[in-house]
Design a protein around this ligand. Sequence first.
Ligand SMILES: [Zn+2]
Length: 112
Amino acid sequence: MNKYLEALDDVAALAYDHGCISVEGVIARDEHVILLQELVDRATPTKIVLSPFHDVLSDQTAYIIQCPSCKYGLGVTMHKVGTYFENYLEGHRDIKFCSDCGKALDWSKDDE
Ligand SMILES: [Zn+2]
């Protein structure tokens, strides 16, 4: 559980710990929960997306590696499996966040 999710849980639990004393208080709490949920979603690593396309120059299927949130292009690979692809993923693991939208990225293989 990351620190943002812990904060979200704490805020969500406040009204239940101390009782809901006003409609305004509940509305404010719910607005905070919605904002924090956006942060939790952005900070939670999500698997990168591999979108296939036909590479005309090599006459092979290639893959655009995309951000799972905004579909920003993070790279291109000619392989989806095998040592080359595993090395490609390993070489990009230091890219923790999408440079376009800030989404946390998961570069792990499917079996990790
Ligand atoms: Zn993105």
